[in-house]
Design a protein around this ligand. Structure first.
Ligand SMILES: Cc1cc2nc3c(=O)[nH]c(=O)nc-3n(C[C@H](O)[C@H](O)[C@H](O)COP(=O)(O)OP(=O)(O)OC[C@H]3O[C@@H](n4cnc5c(N)ncnc54)[C@H](O)[C@@H]3O)c2cc1C
Length: 654
């Protein structure tokens, strides 16, 4: 449990060594009128009244010169001194026992021994206002995204050292594991969101979407939709960065199945949850219409099809069953015998990340019979259909490859994740461009650049952004970092696309950049295929290494790696998985020793504690409460649970 809480430890600040000139610049390139969705008025105001000067354009050249000097003075010297064998040793997983000690120290000891100069957390620094970027002499970081990875990064980045600007079309963080609950009204939407400005109020936020990234010139085009009354306009502008943190997540993948985009619901955003809740209640209201006469008509209206039996599909099914069990007898008693829930899965099993015994428990809970007062026969609404692949979805039917079909009232597509257009765009930019900085930063070695990312795409990244073990984007020359669902780390088994991974990576990167390492040093091109071709982030100033007082967790990592001045690479601590199975029951598979892939050189087999039923449910609720990003959210979620217990879920269609 204590380890589960480790993600919440904010990193205490470290002394800032040197500031570099800001590089960010913003200019408006176009204004058009396109009525669409509402968005921030801020940018419009800037355009009317004059954009606050975010940076001085001339500083761009200063920055490049600084980089060169830094490499000649420090990074460059170190660059040739590190053997690939030494790098290969460092990127091996740190032994599990010592890694646990490192995590424990970061949770309990670092806050005691660390200094408190980092301007990161929001609530503790509510009085400090983000300085205008032109007033400062700090390096600029653009963070794309406000999801798990970005939010965790923002909690840990030292804003005394960097000017941080967040760009995302969504100005809030969403606690995605509770979206299923929100989609049936178990929790309120507002209870599981937090404005990004609350998470860190020392950063600037721009409500926009990045549409085109030019990695060779360290710039990007963005689009924002600004509405006033009923009229909206699209505003386009460009932004430059010193460093880019690419954390845009992923989109739901339809695998090209016809009709999915038009007729299926997704569950990824708050708006999706709102849409689903309305759709569920609408199905009941439609089934109650005087025109819905036959039993077949009613069954059609009340057939809910969930495509994908991973954690998202199963948790949604569990919440829907709870809704039907709790609210059905109260509001729709006559309609309950017509309700059907069908979980469709292409694989031969559900909940693949769980052990077999846990899956059987989930199947038992989901296919349970429900006794309804006033109805003689118990109803058993849920059916699980395995080895069934959807071939097409139309307004009325879901068709399967085996020739069968289901008539449905509402469907949810929870079958997989895919690449966002902006991820495709950055990969294209990384694989097609070779910059002038290749020769500067790579110690004359050249190479690297686009080739590294192309190789990563072929070998392991496959549509995600390939990053090295320090989360630096391959081919990004140490200026671009990527984390979460949109990225894939080299030299390690593929990590799952989960909030756990994204938030650990965000925390890691925030601390790494807040530290004194030379991040963007590159080695000359490598002939050793097993080695990384980027040099690890290093503290090249040996006096600084000995002078600098390390935090306890850093000392343990340095001892483990036998390296005092190389930054420890990212290592994922698998804390286990949870899944709600309905009716106050949940599965918790808690990892107490590493999985086979993550064990490094150690010899033990994975040990997983399996907890289910009411105890699992208590653990599930405790962990989800503990994982909320603010005390406000903890209170709101708790109050929602009490409210639902006392008064039931709200069934208004809003
Ligand atoms: C219903 C559901 C339940 C889940 N349950 C769990 C769970 O129980 N446990 C678990 O570990 N994981 C869970 N996950 C997975 C988890 O939510 C993801 O792995 C996690 O959100 C990934 O974090 P991220 O930071 O990579 O991306 P996200 O959290 O998806 O954030 C991406 C951000 O990028 C922004 N963005 C997108 N495009 C652009 C652009 N062009 N420009 C700028 N910004 C952009 C988005 O608006 C968003 O703010 C669940 C996911 C879902 C959908």
């Amino acid at each position: 449990m204590l380890l589960l809480l480790s993600n919440f430890a904010y990193f205490a600040s470290l002394k800032v060594n040197a500031f570099r000139a800001p590089l960010i610049k913003v200019k408006v390139t176009q204004q058009t009128s396109t009525p669409t969705t509402p968005a921030s008025r801020a940018i419009k105001t800037w355009l009317k009244d004059g954009m606050p000067p975010l940076a001085d354009v001339d500083d761009a050249t200063t920055e490049t010169a600084d980089t060169t000097t830094a490499l000649v003075d420090g990074g460059g010297g170190g660059a040739t001194a590190i053997s690939h064998a030494r790098i290969a040793k460092v990127i091996k997983p740190r032994p599990y026992g010592l890694f646990l000690a490192e995590k424990g120290a970061s949770l309990f000891l670092d806050p005691i021994f660390g200094s408190s100069t980092t301007s990161n957390a929001s609530s503790s620094s509510s009085s400090s206002v983000a300085p205008l970027l032109h007033e400062t002499k700090k390096e600029s970081i653009i963070v794309l995204g406000t999801g798990w990875g970005a939010a965790s990064f923002l909690k840990n980045i030292n804003t005394d050292k960097y000017d941080v600007t967040v760009i995302s079309p969504r100005n809030y963080f969403v606690f995605t594991p509770m979206l299923a609950g929100a989609s049936v009204g178990t929790v309120d939407y507002k209870s599981i969101t937090q404005p990004i400005r609350e998470i860190n109020n020392n950063v600037r936020y721009i409500e926009a979407e990045a549409t085109n990234i030019d990695t060779s010139n360290r710039g990007m085009a963005c689009t924002s939709i600004v509405c006033e009354g009923n009229s909206c306009e699209t505003i386009e502008f460009t932004v430059n960065y010193d460093k880019l943190v690419f954390a845009v997540g992923a989109k739901t993948s339809t695998f090209g199945t016809p009709g999915v985009e038009e007729y299926c619901n997704y569950l990824k955003q708050i708006t999706d949850a709102q849409q689903i809740k309305n759709a569920i209640v609408n199905c009941f209201e439609n089934a109650g219409l005087p025109t819905c006469i036959t039993n077949e008509d009613k069954v059609k209206e009340l057939t809910f099809v969930i495509i994908g039996a991973g954690p998202t599909g199963i948790e949604f099914c569990a919440e829907l069953l709870d809704f039907i069990e709790d609210e059905g007898p109260r509001y729709y008693r006559d309609l309950l015998p017509f309700v059907r829930i069908k979980i469709v899965e292409a694989a031969p099993t559900i909940l693949r990340p769980f052990e077999d015994g846990m899956r059987q428990e989930a199947i038992r809970k989901l296919t349970r019979s429900i006794l309804v007062e006033g109805i003689t026969e118990p109803i058993q609404p849920c059916e699980i259909l395995l080895n069934k692949q959807v071939s097409e979805v139309t307004a009325q039917y879901i068709y399967f490859k085996d020739g069968s079909k289901i008539q449905y009232g509402m469907s949810l597509w929870a079958a997989g994740i895919g690449q966002l257009p902006i991820t495709k765009n950055i990969i294209e930019s990384l694989t097609t461009t070779t910059t002038t900085t290749d020769n500067i930063t790579e110690g004359g070695g050249g190479g690297g650049g686009g080739g590294e990312q192309s190789k990563a795409q072929d070998e392991f990244a496959r549509g995600r952004v390939g990053v090295d073990p320090w989360l630096r984007v391959l081919g990004g020359h140490g200026h671009i970092f990527s984390l979460g669902d949109c990225s894939c780390v080299s030299h390690t088994p593929t990590l799952p696309a989960t909030a756990q991974v994204a938030s650990q990576q965000g925390e890691y990167l925030g601390k790494l950049l807040s530290n004194d390492y030379t991040i963007d040093a590159m080695s000359s091109s490598s002939s050793d295929k097993g080695a990384v071709s980027l040099l690890p982030p290093m503290i090249n100033d040996h006096q600084l290494v000995s002078r600098r007082s390390k935090l306890p967790s850093e000392q343990i990592a340095a001892y483990t790696m036998s390296e005092a001045n190389i930054a420890p690479p990212f290592q994922f601590l698998d804390l286990g998985i949870l899944a709600y199975t309905g009716s106050g029951s949940a599965l918790a598979q808690v990892q107490v020793a590493p999985s086979r892939e993550g064990r490094g050189d150690e010899t033990w087999d994975p040990v997983r504690l399996q907890i289910k039923g009411k105890v699992g449910f208590a653990l599930w609720r405790t962990i989800y409460l503990a994982k909320q990003t603010s005390t406000k959210n903890v209170i709101l979620v708790t109050l929602d649970w009490i409210k639902v217990k006392l008064f039931g879920r709200d069934i208004s269609i809003l």
